[in-house]
Design a protein around this ligand. Structure first.
Ligand code: TA6
Length: 271
């Protein structure tokens, strides 16, 4: 695990899954939620932080949910400190068994730590003839003081698939989305920034994204929290996932030799 300290902040990045588990600005609560019960063992994804999801989103019969790259050790290619004091880590995915059965690609992940956290997940289609079809997502768990007081803005008018209501397609009518039960919504064809308003921490978190057409909003709530072995029964109160990627109807078909760069910039200020 690499520990990063800058003038503004601290961060932690595990080679396992290229998983950012911690980012915290001085004099602010952690920006990212990390479960106290996360297992931190091989063969299992870390629960919380920013899981890197590729090449599929969601369950696949007989395989890990959310693809395989979050479950392998990445390598730290290099780290550097910019003139302004920002720290940039560049991680790459080494050869892994799955890549032999999958059409050839390379993946790298650039983590930039400053008073913001910027994450860029880059995939190159290394085939000379075949398209590379995939879903990608930075499945970010944000820390909140009390989910019942939180609202998410930026998605009004956007169509979503409601995974807790028969996967029905709906249109978001709320300026401010509030969470009072399990929520699992895949918003499609939206490139908009979103904000998480958290009066408990007196904080507003902003998610800016590039090359992402989907935003997923998830909270397991009580029953689902109880079913997750690596998640505390009450931890649903302290987190919300606002995820940026290209999933479902927004999946990517990358032509031979082309590059896909999914980027999010996570920032916060006082409410
Ligand atoms: O992004 C929401 C979601 O797809 C939920 O359906 C839930 O499965 C969540 O991801 C967590 O998935 P995981 O495999 O990390 O437990």
């Amino acid at each position: 695990m690499v520990e990063v300290k800058t003038h503004w902040s601290t961060a932690e990045v595990y080679m396992h899954g290229a998983h950012v588990t911690h980012f915290q600005k001085h004099n602010e609560p952690p920006l990212l939620f990390l479960s106290q019960l996360s297992h931190f063992q091989d063969g299992e994804p870390i629960r919380g932080g920013v899981p890197v999801i590729f090449p599929w989103f969601g369950p696949r019969t007989g395989m890990l949910t959310h693809g395989f790259v979050r479950n392998h050790a990445w390598e730290l290619e290099n780290s550097e400190t910019a003139d302004d004091g920002s720290v940039i880590l560049r991680l790459c995915l080494p050869e892994i068994p799955e890549t032999s059965t999958h059409s050839p690609f390379t993946a790298e992940y650039i983590v930039t730590v400053s008073d913001e956290l910027t994450l860029e997940f880059v995939v190159v289609n290394r085939s000379r003839t075949e398209n590379l079809e995939f879903e990608n997502c930075l499945h970010t768990y944000f820390a909140v003081q009390d989910i019942t007081e939180v609202s998410v803005t930026g998605l009004k008018g956007v169509t979503y698939v409601d995974k807790v209501d028969r996967f029905l397609e709906k249109v978001e009518t709320g300026e401010r989305i509030q969470i009072a039960s399990e929520m699992d919504r895949v918003y499609t064809n939206t490139t908009a920034a979103t904000e998480i308003h958290d009066p408990g921490f007196q904080r507003r978190i902003r998610v800016d994204k590039e090359n992402s057409a989907s935003t997923v909003v998830w909270n397991p709530w009580i029953a689902k929290a109880r079913q997750l072995p690596d998640f505390g029964d009450d931890e649903y109160r302290g987190m919300v996932c606002v995820e940026s990627g290209n999933v479902g109807s927004n999946r990517i078909i990358l032509p031979p030799g082309q590059k896909s760069a999914l980027k999010v910039r996570l920032s916060s200020d006082g409410l």
